[in-house]
Design a protein around this ligand. Structure first.
Ligand SMILES: [Mn+2]
Length: 321
């Protein structure tokens, strides 16, 4: 037997290929105009307040996501034949120029929305969500949108001396009138992690707040229903902004600011799927996964599972309609 028959192309997976598997990688379209959902990476963490590493997330999440099966046992939806996905690549970031990077992020997001694509954006630190949301609003011709923000923190810090950080994105969006407080729902907020001053800013703007403890006590469907009511009334659509630090560190230790008492993996996954299956959902940014801070890869695996639930929700929506 020829020795070459014992070699095959590597897919960088430790698991041997099974010819019956159809994977997320198999849904990728060469032509983005044929896609329903566009995936975009932002390898940038210059504005993170705490520990760095989120710039390495887009590649790591893609590797984990693309190996997952197109068939979603839980919903019964087979994404193969239901959902067409295009990977537009990574934004050409400028690590030393935040404003230029934000300009590029917003321009790409706006154009993708104009082309009718739903977006799955892999960050990157949460400071970038100012730019993703600004871009989405531009793409919708300036119409108001709602935002569901999964986060242990308000991210409503005052930009001191104009500094842009992962703590300021939603303050800037509210102050610049890009987002209305009544259209913002913050879920997973934790005590001991947020100043009274910023909590009062959230109240003043009329932000809908659901602390992590309430999520543990309430039923998830009624939480999602309440949030959807907020973010879809009087808006042209809604965006999901997901900060991985909303999870308890048992599930996601690889973040800049791990916050004990946060959501469970199941809670986050279930809510993202329900939100993504809503026709008004424009897309999601999935931020603050930091592979260098993720000793055993579980944070990356959970981020990929969230990206998967977003796609599964989008697939479910398309199968229904
Ligand atoms: Mn955040």
């Amino acid at each position: 037997m020829d020795w070459r028959s014992w070699l095959r192309p590597s897919d960088h997976s430790p698991v041997p290929p099974d010819p019956r598997d159809v994977r997320i990688a198999d849904l990728l379209q060469a032509d983005p105009s044929k896609a329903h959902v566009a995936l975009i990476g932002i390898p940038f963490d210059t504005t993170v307040i705490g520990r760095r590493g989120a710039r390495e997330a887009p590649g790591a999440i893609r590797r984990a996501l693309y190996r997952m099966t197109a068939f979603d046992l839980e919903s019964g939806v087979d994404l193969a034949g239901t959902l067409r996905l295009a990977d537009l690549g990574d934004i050409a970031v400028v690590h030393t120029d935040v404003h230029e990077t934000h300009r590029r992020v917003a321009a790409v997001a706006a154009e993708a929305v104009r082309q009718g694509l739903r977006l799955l954006i892999l960050g990157g630190d949460h400071g970038l969500s100012y730019a993703t949301i600004r871009g989405v609003v531009e793409g919708l011709g300036g119409q108001p949108i709602g935002v569901v923000q999964f986060d242990a923190h308000h991210d409503l810090r005052e930009p001191l001396e104009g500094e842009i950080t992962s703590g300021t994105p939603f303050r800037r969006l509210l102050e610049e009138g890009i987002l209305q407080g009544r259209h913002l729902a913050q879920i997973g907020l934790l005590g001991g992690r947020n100043s009274r001053a910023y909590h009062e800013v959230a109240r003043r703007y009329g932000v809908h707040m659901i602390p992590a403890g309430r999520v543990h006590q309430m039923d998830l469907e009624s939480i999602v229903r309440g949030m959807l009511e907020r973010v879809t009334s009087g808006t042209a659509g809604f965006w999901i902004s997901f900060d991985m630090d909303v999870f308890d560190p048992a599930y996601a230790p690889g973040v800049s600011a791990p916050s004990p008492g946060g959501l469970t993996a199941f809670q986050g996954l279930a809510m993202v799927r329900q939100l993504a299956a809503h026709p008004a959902c424009v897309g999601m940014d999935l931020m603050e996964t930091a592979p260098p801070l993720d000793p055993d890869g579980r944070t990356v695996a959970l981020a990929a599972a969230l990206a998967y639930r977003f796609l599964a929700g989008q697939g479910e929506l398309r199968q229904r309609s």
